[in-house]
Design a protein around this ligand. Structure first.
Ligand code: SF4
Ligand code: FE
Length: 483
């Protein structure tokens, strides 16, 4: 089976035995938990759209390993067209969910591990790439959602991994066995963790020789013994426990992050893709981060489309849709959003072939893309809040709206344009609140800042890739300066 239906995806998760805690309680069935389920629905959408003929071109690809039709989230990019379609697919999914659909971390991880294991084997005579191909083939056949995992907790940021007071603050090998390794440590902020079938772990940063125990890449079933998840909170998450649908803003979809803890997890050698080769850790980090910085030029833009649409709607419902300053703010939002998209497309179009044969984005442009993402969604959110008005954060609850007496009062006094039902106005206000301040704000705001690396990480890459020396040479030539 190369393509799962959305129902098969949900069923496959239901059979898994995750050890997950949420608000101090063990969750027995994550897919049915009201706080978790919307995030599962977002991943489910990646399966649903892949089965629709009108989205086949963006959502699926032909496997370069088997020639079979597979979900693009399991695909190894074969040319710049694949890179561009990836971004377009992410924009589409952002538009359909208004949230983080989580599956991209695995797609970005497989593409990074693919090229780096190839180069490692070529230089060191190891056989990681072959092992990885076996994993990849099964991932494609089973249509797995894979959770790419990079960020370690990191403890004291002023100290390298091996000098931390607690050595487990970076994920490491604590025992080497004949049949595999035993891993201890954690990965933080793990997007989509308990909606995934497998995890693909990578080192968190460039490791030096003294930290080679931390230069580690491997795959494991997401519900393996030895993995514990502690589900992350999101602003306004308990509204999902109230059973309504207006106050949550986006009833069906969401995203999630969790702390993933390896409590002496055993990994057989066949699933180990880097073990101490610290000189390749930097390339793996740089490529995964690069791909994920490209990803944001798609997913954030799709969610931005929803937010801009909501802002335009509330302007209409408020009776201000024709005001020139409102139109100008909407134009500004579109301009910012399309600038992000342009960066996502540009770093894809300028991609190049790696020695392994897959395609890597232009790293300078991918980092420019993500640096813009650390800023523009904040401005788009500010403008949406400006257009919506203060009621977005002072509006009474859905229960008051539904109350037999109070409801009539609210219906009268919360009305904008007379022809638009008050409830429509409330729904759009709550959607804007959800994306800018509520559960989806994790993905649209703070994740725009820190996801795929904090702003400073991109500035370091921009400095490295920006080629200032060549620019100085250009200036000297024009100014006729001869050294
Ligand atoms: Fe995908 Fe965007 Fe979520 Fe990252 S933040 S997993 S790129 S939807
Ligand atoms: Fe992310």
């Amino acid at each position: 089976m190369a393509l799962k239906t959305p129902e098969q995806y949900e069923e496959s998760l239901r059979r898994m035995r995750f050890r997950v805690y949420l608000m101090g309680e063990r969750v027995t069935s994550p897919v049915d938990h009201p706080i978790i389920r919307p995030s599962m629905n977002s991943v489910k959408m990646t399966y649903a759209l892949a089965g629709m003929p009108e989205h086949e071109d963006l959502m699926t690809a032909l496997s370069h390993l088997t020639g079979e039709k597979i979900n693009r989230f399991c695909h190894i990019h074969q040319d710049t067209d694949d890179l561009i379609k990836k971004v377009k697919m992410q924009r589409l999914l952002g538009q359909k969910t208004g949230a983080c659909f989580q599956r991209c971390v695995g797609m970005d991880a497989i593409n990074a591990v693919y090229s780096v294991t190839f180069e490692m084997d070529r230089k060191l005579g190891t056989s990681y790439h072959e092992r990885f191909l076996k994993f990849l083939r099964t991932m494609q056949e089973e249509d797995w959602t894979v959770d790419g995992a990079m960020t370690d907790p990191k403890g004291d940021r002023g100290l390298p991994p091996s000098r931390q007071a607690d050595p487990d603050l970076y994920t490491r090998v604590v025992e080497k066995r004949r049949d595999g390794i035993v891993v201890r440590g954690a990965k933080a902020h793990q997007t989509g963790a308990v909606n995934s079938h497998w995890i693909l772990v990578m080192p968190t940063m460039t490791m030096t020789a003294q930290d080679k125990d931390y230069a580690l890449a491997f795959a494991a079933p997401a519900d393996a013994d030895g993995i514990l998840y502690v589900y992350g909170r999101q602003s306004c998450d308990t509204r999902k426990l109230e059973g309504g649908e207006i106050d949550v803003g986006n009833r069906e979809f969401g995203g999630h992050e969790a702390l993933m803890v390896f409590e002496d997890l055993f990994v057989p050698w066949e699933n180990v893709f880097m073990y101490g080769e610290h000189e390749f850790s930097g390339a793996l980090v740089e490529r995964f981060a690069g791909y994920h910085r490209q990803s944001y030029g798609g997913c954030k833009v799709g969610v931005g489309d929803v937010l801009i649409g909501a802002a335009a709607l509330i302007a209409d419902y408020n009776g201000a849709g024709k005001a020139s300053h409102i139109r100008d703010k909407l134009i500004e939002m579109i301009h910012l959003n399309e600038t992000l998209y342009s960066c996502g497309i540009a770093c894809s179009a300028e991609g190049h072939r790696t020695p392994s044969g897959n395609y890597l984005i232009d790293l300078l442009l991918a980092n420019v893309c993500k640096q813009n993402v650390t800023r523009f969604p904040y401005e788009i959110a500010r403008l949406a809040e400006d257009i919506a008005g203060g009621l977005m954060v002072t509006m009474p609850s859905e229960r008051d709206l539904r109350h037999p007496e109070i409801g009539k009062v609210l219906d009268k006094y919360l009305r904008g344009v007379a022809s638009v039902p008050t409830e429509h106005r409330c729904r759009v206000m709550r959607l804007i609140e959800n994306i800018t301040l509520g559960t989806a704000a994790v993905g649209y705001r703070t994740e725009s800042l820190h996801g795929a690396g904090s702003p400073q990480a991109q500035r370091i890459m921009i400095a490295r890739q920006g080629n200032l020396e060549q620019k100085k040479k250009l200036a000297k030539e024009i100014a006729r300066i001869k050294d």
